[in-house]
Design a protein. Structure first.
Length: 210
């Protein structure tokens, strides 16, 4: 490469590819933020599956598919008639957020441990979004298991305590297991996903054995 040649910029290249697809492919042209949501959720799950299998090659590919969803949404947003924004705006906002919410790295704040870093992040987030509760903003679309663990984590991080239900219902027993997972540093959703997959493999083997 000569000195006057620009260095390769794969991110800019894929932005240009996305722009071309939006303009030149009928399927791509017809998509909206709403129609893309199922693909976004699916790709996030496929990333998690690649991590569970410690499959680095597949992880690289699945992260690319997840990046595609981000690029696609940003490309659609460019076309908004009154409030357009693009992938550069997304990246700039992310950079500003990371700096703002990590003052122990980019400022003078002190965070001595992981819990302090989490608390600092949540405090900044709550102030930015003018939320009245640390539990606001937890997506209702999360699975019940993942949402229960998110609530448990935020409560613990902010020193909020309330007794767990003491009845013997299935829901209460599941909630107690979520609390146990959090206390031991485990991700309840991931643990159940891996256990269910292993059981499915054994069921499939039994099915094949006849």
């Amino acid at each position: 490469m000569t000195t006057d040649q620009a260095a390769p910029d794969p991110l800019r290249d894929v932005v240009a590819v996305m722009d071309r697809l939006r303009q030149g492919c009928r399927w791509n042209a017809e998509q909206t933020h709403a129609t893309l949501v199922p693909y976004l959720i699916e790709e996030a799950h496929e990333v998690a599956e690649a991590v569970d299998h410690d499959d680095r090659d597949n992880l690289r590919e699945e992260l690319g598919d997840l990046l595609l969803q981000v690029l696609f949404h940003a490309r659609i947003a460019q076309e908004h008639p009154t409030d357009p924004w693009d992938i550069d705006d997304v990246a700039a906002a992310l950079s500003e957020k990371l700096i703002r919410r990590n003052p122990h790295v980019f400022g003078d704040a002190v965070a001595d441990d992981i819990d302090a870093i989490h608390r600092q992040w949540e405090e900044r987030k709550q102030a930015e979004k003018a939320r009245g509760s640390v539990f606001e903003g937890i997506p209702l679309g999360l699975s019940a298991l993942a949402r229960a663990q998110k609530v448990t984590a935020r409560a613990a991080r902010n020193g909020i305590a309330a007794p767990l239900p003491t009845d013997d219902s299935l829901g209460s027993r599941l909630l107690a297991l979520v609390a146990e997972a959090h206390a031991t540093g485990l991700d309840a959703e991931g643990e159940l996903r891996r256990a269910a997959r292993a059981w499915e493999d054994r069921l499939s083997a039994a099915e094949s054995a006849g």
